[in-house]
Design a protein around this ligand. Structure first.
Ligand code: ZN
Ligand code: MN
Length: 267
């Protein structure tokens, strides 16, 4: 059996051995508990970020920490809105605090690099703030040995992949909620957790250029999805996952791994 990359499977002595190398990299998946229409589970963002972290960790020899399984409030223009039941969210200050606590704990224990792998659009700036506050409190300045990286996995999808996944034109990452990207990835990675027979096709959401609070609920399509998942396939999911994990692992290896011998091992 393959050695697990998940911290939850490691014993404390094996973890300390990894720390003692001085080269430990810990990836933290970040997601949400959020409605994703009738065909995808509420945990989709967390499930997908965890799979990306696992794939990258295997190639880099990194470890994957417990995910942050709740996210910042779903916004109408990127996740349908926080008013929809099934969506359970954190205040910004709470997510900032969680990120800050995790960075402080891992870096103080001797982890060299922490990498947040984000899978929920609304989280990004709160994670950034938590990281910044933690580094400030730890007195970690530019040029230090230790660092923290933050990324959203969809930013690694290449133009070439995009054209193959969306032959009729790409709707935009913000309204890719419950759409072809997430559905195809879930079909590839977790087929038993997708109900394609429940998928409802329809036009993409038409949303104003401003945010209005409180939201006008009718602006979110009844499905809860902002673009249609029709056209999703296992093959598209496999293409997306393989390309993103490959590029992500290569970028992180180039940025974080000192010893070329340790760099990217084939999956
Ligand atoms: Zn999502
Ligand atoms: Mn989301």
């Amino acid at each position: 059996m393959d050695k697990s990359v998940f911290l939850e499977d490691l014993d404390a002595f094996a973890y300390r051995e990894a720390l003692a190398s001085g080269e430990a990299i810990v990836l933290i998946p970040v997601g949400s508990l959020e409605q994703h229409g009738p065909h995808l589970p509420l945990g989709t963002d967390t499930i997908l970020s965890s799979h990306f972290a696992e794939g990258v960790a295997r190639r880099l020899g990194a470890l994957v920490a417990q995910p942050i399984a709740y996210g910042y409030k779903s916004q109408q223009k990127s996740g349908g809105g926080n008013h929809l039941s099934g969506t359970v969210s954190l205040d910004g200050a709470t997510l900032v605090g969680v990120a800050r606590n995790l960075v402080k704990s891992f870096l103080k224990q001797g982890v060299r690099h922490v990498v947040f792998i984000n899978g929920h659009f609304e989280n990004y700036q709160f994670l950034y703030e938590g990281i910044d506050l933690a580094l400030d409190e730890l007195g970690i300045e530019p040029g230090a040995e230790q660092s923290v990286l933050l990324l959203s996995y969809w930013d690694f999808v290449s133009q070439d992949t995009l054209m193959q996944v969306y032959p009729d034109g790409f709707p935009g990452w913000d309204i890719e909620h419950g759409g072809v990207l997430e559905t195809s990835l879930m079909l590839h990675l977790e087929p038993a957790r997708v109900a394609m027979d429940r998928l409802i096709d329809g036009p993409a959401a038409v949303l104003p250029r401003f945010d209005r609070l409180p939201v006008v609920p009718e602006r979110t399509p009844a499905t809860g999805c902002l673009s249609s998942a029709a056209g999703s396939s296992t093959a598209k999911g496999g293409l997306l996952y393989g390309q993103v994990v490959g590029d992500l692992a290569a970028d992180l290896a180039g940025e974080l791994i000192r010893e070329p011998a340790l760099a990217v091992v084939p999956a």
